[in-house]
Structures are given as C-alpha cells and as structure tokens.
Ligand binder design. Structure first.
Ligand code: 6GU
Length: 246
C-alpha cells in the first residue's frame, strides 16, 4: 500500500518511522511519503491560510496550495488514490472503515490546521476521486496530524504480513466473529503471583473450553461497564447463539 500525507508539519508524522508502521515500511509492505504543503506556495512567506469569508475567529487554509499539491501527487501513481480528509465534522473512523481502507492500494491524507480547508477543495476532488471526510472521535484537536497517525496505524496493522500471525486481530475489540461488538477482557502473564495478586485459576487450568467461557464472560462484563451502547447495539439472538455454542 502507498500512503501520501500532505501537511504543514511533516515532522509531526515522524512516529511513522517507529514500531509497527516503521517496520512495515522498512519491510516494503508500506510506502509512506510525507509532503510539506508549503512546497506548493509561491509567495515569500509560503502562506497557506487566510481570513474566513463571512467573518469569525481563526484562519482558513487557502485552496490553491492544496489544489496544486493534490493535482501533482494524485497524478504521480498508477491508479486513483482514495483521499482521506481528517476533520472533526467527518464520519466516524471505525474498525470497519480501517478494514475497508486497508484493501485500497493508495491513500492520500490531507491533515489541516486552523479552522480547516476551504470547502471548494473537497468539492473539487470529490468529482474525480473517492473522498472520505473522517473524524476520530467526539473531541476537537488542533489539527489533523494526530488523527493521521491514528488512522495509518489502524490501517497498517491490517495489511497482509504486517502482524505476526493472521489470527492476531481475529478477537480484537470490534472485530467480526463470536466476540463482535464486545471489548476484550483482561490479560495476564508470568509470574502467577505478583504482590499478593493471583492470576485467575481458570487461565492456569489448561481447560480450553473453560478459558474461552471465562474470556467471553469477562468481555461481556467489561462491555456492560465501559460501553453499554455496544451491548445495546448487539442482536440478542446472535449474542445468545454464541453463548449456547460454548
Ligand atoms: Cl480528524 N481533526 C481534528 N482537528 N479534530 C478531531 C478530529 C480530526 N477527529 C476528532 N477530533
């Protein structure tokens, strides 16, 4: 997969050199290209923002640098990229969307600063490309760069060959399957006794069936406590079907 990021803070994206994403890049599974939006400005001050029409606080990103940058970058590959526009006004970024994006050969992210990008940029590119306006949650950040780090990591770990074994995301919170819509329960490792605290006996029992039953109970309890909305969105029949199967 190829990922381009256009930003006025390329250095903000340096974590993409580290850990899972960094390794995927080093192994040639992921081709990440960072671009400084100011390279597509022509004035001495490399201006990327201006005052908003209609008044109001803050500044708006000018359309011309984005237009020149996206024209050049989008024309630099074989197929058409999906353009992902991080914005608190976008559709929610979910595991489902991460899975969908992970099947696409090429993503271009356009993280903005200030009050956002002149609306005409999205309109212009939506006529020729698939454009997704996406929010990572119900809070406001100062810019789209941190959301790009979030989304790239969520997508990269789904790419073939990036994780150790193909099973490692089967039981992830939010994945499909028996644990669909349930949060993962607690995990333990050695030593079996730490500061007077035991590892639950069932995990040391060697009874695979009892371990699975316990894990599902933990997942249900945690989901009820932390995300009751997820439990309510479950089909009760599907929940029961998985429970009867244990
Ligand atoms: Cl994608 N951008 C900004 N600036 N704030 C956000 C966000 C995105 N998602 C949630 N908050």
């Amino acid at each position: 997969m190829r990922i381009d990021v256009v930003t006025i803070f390329p250095e903000y994206l340096e974590p993409l050199n580290v850990s899972l994403v960094g390794k995927a890049r080093a192994r040639g599974l992921l081709d990440v290209r960072l671009h400084d939006l100011r390279n597509w400005t022509h004035d001495r001050h490399h201006t990327v923002d201006d005052t908003p029409y209609g008044g109001g606080p803050g500044m708006v990103m000018k359309p011309e640098p984005w237009g020149e940058a996206l024209d050049e970058i989008a024309a630099s590959g074989e197929d058409k990229p999906v353009i992902v526009v991080p914005t608190p006004s976008g559709r929610p970024f979910t595991q489902r969307l991460a899975e969908e994006l992970s099947t696409r050969p090429w993503l271009v992210f356009t993280p903005a600063r200030y009050e956002g990008i002149d609306r005409r940029v999205v309109e212009e590119y939506a006529e020729r490309y698939e454009v997704r306006e996406v929010s990572i949650g119900d809070y406001v950040l100062a810019g789209g760069e941190a959301p790009v780090l979030v989304m790239v990591e969520a997508v990269a770990r789904l790419l073939p060959g990036v994780l150790g074994n193909a099973e490692s995301h089967r039981d992830d919170s939010f994945a499909d399957g028996a644990m669909a819509n349930l949060l993962e329960g607690p995990v333990y490792t050695k030593p079996p006794l730490w500061r007077g605290r035991d590892v639950p006996d069932v995990l040391l029992s060697g009874h695979h069936g009892r371990v699975e039953r316990w894990r599902r109970d933990q997942a249900l309890t945690r989901t009820a406590a932390n995300r009751p909305d997820l439990l309510r969105s479950c089909d009760p029949e599907t929940l029961d079907k998985h429970d009867r199967a244990m």
